[in-house]
Design a protein around this ligand. Structure first.
Ligand code: NDP
Length: 297
């Protein structure tokens, strides 16, 4: 058996199309253009590429993009003052500070300063608290993307399924586990101290791997017929000397022989992250104007 490939690239394109429609109806209802501000501190090449992609896709769905590129030696006070200014602006619905920040800056304090209603990256403690409490709020983008792919693959009702999340970071593992729990799965969170991880994973109908270890999850860990979501992005040497390639946390080829469905790397979870950022920005624009969340997603 070869698993169905969960095509995150295609799903993200479809989602961006729906967001574009949502933006159009929002504009005609309110006369307002949803706006996303992205703040980049320093010259990290990967972060520059991410920020450029975010800005491009923001404009493509009809939203306004505000980009702030600050030098690597920016002081904490200057960055916090910019966040305060963006919090106060009516044309800014979402604020994203690109992480990681240079070492001299206090990331937690900066994230904490973003108004929770504009926290479209879903990293503020208030957003985390709302998620745990089951209240409307912003869910961080990669976990939200994972859930969209799971529900698109297995159907909206995943209640009662056994889910195992490997990894417990604030960014991915913990919010994914909360979302699966909210969808009535029986959730196990595994991490570096979990004993006999293979056996724990083997009971899962849904596996989410968010570890950062190349091809760690093997075929004999996977229950036949499981849905496997691979969040990991790991760069490893390729067969061509001097070149590298991206792989996930799951040994894709062998696990695809056992699973029912599986995300590839690249082209699985990765493309969902920016699409979900745009989703959160549209929802932020609506929530800030007392409107209901757009239910088409
Ligand atoms: P972190 O390093 O913050 O967390 C990794 C987690 O994996 C930790 O909870 C750690 O456990 C656990 N872990 C480490 N080693 C093992 C092991 N041997 N067995 C079981 N668990 C282990 O990573 P992130 O959550 O930020 O990211 C995870 C992966 O996802 C990375 O590859 C990252 O690049 C990728 N990623 C992809 C995104 C996308 O858009 N597709 C977005 C964000 C991340 P412990 O807590 O005990 O230390």
């Amino acid at each position: 058996m070869t698993a169905r490939v969960i095509d995150g690239k295609a799903y993200a394109a479809k989602l961006r199309g729906l967001i574009g429609e949502g933006v159009e109806s929002f504009k005609s209802e309110t006369g307002h253009v949803p706006g996303l501000a992205v703040v980049l501190v320093g010259e990290d090449p990967a972060s520059r590429v991410y920020v450029a992609n975010k800005a491009k896709q923001t404009v493509e769905v009809g939203m306004a993009s505000f980009e702030y590129k600050l030098p690597a030696d920016t002081a904490q006070d200057t960055l916090v003052a910019l966040v305060d200014e963006l919090n106060a602006r009516d044309d800014v619905d979402g604020i994203l500070v690109q992480l990681p920040l240079p070492g001299h800056l206090d990331e937690l304090a900066v994230i904490d300063r973003i108004h929770p209603d504009k926290d479209v990256d879903g990293l503020h403690v208030v957003s985390a608290g709302r998620l745990v409490a089951g209240l409307p709020g912003h869910v961080s983008c990669t976990p939200l993307g994972c859930m969209m792919l799971i529900k698109d693959t297995l159907g909206a009702d995943i209640g009662g399924k056994e889910a195992v999340v490997i990894g417990r970071s604030i960014l991915v593992g913990k919010p994914v586990a909360q979302l699966l729990l909210a969808a009535n799965c029986t959730v196990t969170m595994a991490h570096s101290r979990t004993k006999d991880l293979a056996n724990v994973v083997r009971r899962a109908d849904i596996v989410v791997a968010a570890v950062g270890r190349a091809e760690m999850v093997k075929a004999d860990w996977i229950k036949p017929g499981a849905c496997v979501i691979d969040v990991g992005i790991n760069r490893v040497p390729s067969a061509v000397e001097g070149k590298t390639r991206l792989v996930g946390d799951v040994a894709y080829a062998e696990c695809a022989e056992v699973a029912d469905s599986i995300t590839p790397v690249p082209g699985g979870v990765g493309p969902m992250t920016i699409a979900c950022l745009l989703h959160n920005t549209l929802q932020a624009a609506r929530m800030r104007r007392g409107m209901e969340m757009d239910k088409r997603f």
